[in-house]
Design a protein around this ligand. Structure first.
Ligand SMILES: *[C@@H]1O[C@H](CO)[C@@H](O)[C@H](O)[C@H]1NC(C)=O
Ligand SMILES: *[C@@H]1O[C@H](CO)[C@@H](O)[C@H](O)[C@H]1NC(C)=O
Ligand SMILES: *[C@@H]1O[C@H](CO)[C@@H](O)[C@H](O)[C@H]1NC(C)=O
Ligand SMILES: [Cu+2]
Length: 314
């Protein structure tokens, strides 16, 4: 779908940037850097952008198509001094932003995991295989698509449950928020950090689809060429599908395919009416572990995508 843009109407969405430097355990924010690796960026809150972006827009020489997209610039240097958080499979990990910032950029939140070779996460640089355990896009179909329609808008945390079938071992858990307010000029902004965890009480699942960082994202992906202006429209998450927790993984050949989940639909009068009758709108979420919203669909039927996500499909 071709979206025409009235350039005069475009304003840079809130300029405040942010970085995840800690996590919350049972409601208590930990000391920054305790379980989350610390980056060595000159300016910690700077985003990571594609190397194809104009040089003046690249920050601290970090690239979304380079190794800094794993856990942020220089983060591996702090691995040995970062503690390993023991997490029971099925329970939550919750990242938090530093210095009181909130995510005032529109865009998706995602969480990935990668098992450390030899289950020694303090020695792992994140160059292995990653799988996605969580993603969230639009939560409020009547919200402003340039701001508060997005689940993460103005929040200071992103949380995900470690799938209960995750094999025991040591992992990097990677949080990511992507600001897509400049994706219409091919300049998405990536904010990433990694936590070091040891999973216990897990299962014998085979996580997948698997991807590498760099490699999982390309500047030609649709999320990087997307306009938040002109109202609600479907958004395709970058990276692989969320692991469904099962014992079978997708063949390697499918790992590049994007999740085509669409969380937002065009605003129209009927969706307002539909929302007031209770169910989720077309393409809205209607179930999944941890979901506290509507369990029915105002339009379409509720189809299970995975343990964490069900969606209203026509
Ligand atoms: C959704 O967005 C509308 C419009 O901005 C707002 O009035 C409403 O409070 C929002 N709902 C939630 C649950 O945030
Ligand atoms: C963005 O998408 C349009 C088509 O919608 C295409 O013509 C253009 O080449 C794309 N730009 C990039 C950088 O991929
Ligand atoms: C989980 O994903 C695998 C691989 O895509 C698929 O074969 C399996 O049927 C899925 N299981 C469930 C419960 O959805
Ligand atoms: Cu920005």
């Amino acid at each position: 779908m071709k979206i025409s843009i009235i350039f005069g109407a475009i304003a840079q969405v809130a300029s405040a940037h942010y970085f995840f430097d800690t996590n919350i355990i049972n409601g208590v924010a930990q000391t920054p850097g305790r379980y989350v690796r610390t980056s060595t960026r000159a300016i910690k809150y700077n985003p990571i952008k594609f190397s194809s972006n104009p040089a003046a827009d690249i920050r601290d020489n970090s690239y979304a198509d380079g190794p800094d997209i794993r856990c942020n610039q220089g983060a591996f240097a702090s691995a040995g001094n970062t503690q390993v958080l023991t997490v029971t499979a099925g329970s939550e990990v919750r990242f938090r932003l530093g210095v009181g910032a909130t995510m005032q950029h529109p865009g998706p939140g995602m969480v990935y995991m990668s098992r450390a070779p030899g289950d020694n996460v303090k020695a792992y640089d994140g160059s292995g295989d990653w799988f996605k355990i969580f993603q969230e896009g639009v939560c409020n179909s009547s919200g402003d698509f340039t701001t508060n329609a997005w689940c993460t808008w103005d929040r200071d945390w992103i949380a995900a449950k470690i799938p209960s079938n995750t094999p025991n071992g040591e992992y990097l858990v990677r949080v990511e928020h992507i600001g897509i307010h400049r994706s219409h000029v091919n300049q998405p902004e990536h904010f990433v950090s990694c936590m070091q965890v040891k999973v216990t009480g897990g299962g014998n699942g085979v996580p997948g689809p698997l991807v590498k960082f760099p490699g999982a994202y390309k500047s030609t992906d649709s999320y990087a060429n997307f306009s938040i202006y002109g109202g609600h429209k479907p958004f395709t998450f970058p990276g692989p599908a969320v692991w469904n927790g099962s014992g079978t993984s997708n063949p390697v050949t499918t790992t590049r395919s994007s999740t085509t989940t669409t969380l937002a639909t065009t605003t129209r009068p009927s969706s307002t009416t539909a929302a007031s009758t209770g169910g989720s709108p077309l393409y809205g979420q209607c179930g999944g572990n941890g979901w506290t919203g509507p369990k029915t669909c105002a339009r379409g039927r509720c189809v299970v995508s995975n343990a964490w996500y069900s969606q209203c499909i026509p």
